[in-house]
Design a protein around this ligand. Sequence first.
Ligand code: NAD
Ligand code: GLY
Length: 380
Amino acid sequence: MNTAESERLVTIPLGQRSYPVVLSHDLSTGQASDILAAQLAGRPVALISNETVWPLHGETLLNAVRQAGPAQSTAFILPDGEENKTPQQWLRILDHLAENGVTRDGVLVALGGGVVCDMTGFAAACWMRGIEFIQVPTTLLAQVDASVGGKTGINHPAGKNLIGAFHQPSAVLANTEFLATLPEREYLSGLAEAIKYGFIQSAEFVHWLRQHRQALLRRDPEILDQLVEQCCRFKADVVQQDETEKGRRALLNLGHTFGHAIENLGQYRDLLHGEAVAIGTVMAARLSERLGLAPAGLSQEVTAALKDLNLPTGLPQPAAEAETRRYSPQALLQRMRLDKKVSQGKHRLVLMRGLGQATLAEGIAEADILPVLESFCQAV
Ligand code: NAD
Ligand code: GLY
């Protein structure tokens, strides 16, 4: 499908800062190549990637970038992994820009998953008080979420994504063919972030995902393009209404307060982010039922939809007896208290009124949360 005919376009509508998300199977033709030429010709360009992605897909990007006619192009390769989303590694990107004379008219191009996209975006946000950047996401999670919407950042020892800025890219170029090399668990983790849009705002989308589960699980190219396009449309709508998360954008955190606590207790080893969010979403659904916010049966519906996509819906079995206390209700609750959305012992959580109807709920008492956590810990 190396023709411009396979392209899809979603616009992130932010007035003068609007930008295109182009879904293309060939960055060297059609709109993707037009965008690269318009954005990169005659300018210093730095490609930022990591040691895993660059050997797989670097050449493809490099060819497309060279064709666009930049004044110069250099590549900077980060070590792989969330543990490298640090100020130290981020500073190394800036060092590279300084060493290679990337001036204010320079452009960064991120090639990688959410980690590379977030770090590159934050380097672009800060270098010379803000330069342009283009996202070329290579994981499903980054194509449906992280590369779109302008949240950029890095981790601080005190917590994930604590250092960051809103800085919108000038374009997102997503090639779903890059997903062919993605490890299975990483792919499924991306599906968790995709189905999240359905749980939040579209029961119809949840049904669509369930209906196409076989095609999704075998990464059918046509279904993948439809999936990424639809998710980017959902995200465009949210970002247009609430770019800096003063309201509706917070709904995208469905399952995340529970999920972050689970990830943290698993020391970021047991579960990938999307897996923890999937379990966290079932917890949110069960709490919604308990509070009478949602009808009984919602958590079963959510569980069935996640299971269809081979995603986990309960806490992982501990590897050893000594670890059984790792996911205790109290430990989970304690981690949830560290969340930015707690005040005076009451929690602010994204809950659900039904399938496709997420809502921000204030003042949730721990006495209501604890029994839900207990039911999950007993099930381990
Ligand atoms: P990731 O970037 O660590 O990528 C996952 C793994 O897949 C890595 O080992 C990576 O090297 C590898 N990989 C990437 N593309 C590949 C490919 N095509 N083939 C083979 N391997 C490939 O993780 P992620 O799940 O993409 O992103 C998670 C990060 O995204 C987190 O840091 C999270 O905070 C951030 N995030 C940001 C936003 C946002 O709005 N900015 C939204 C969601 C998540
Ligand atoms: N991934 C959540 C957001 O972009 O707001």
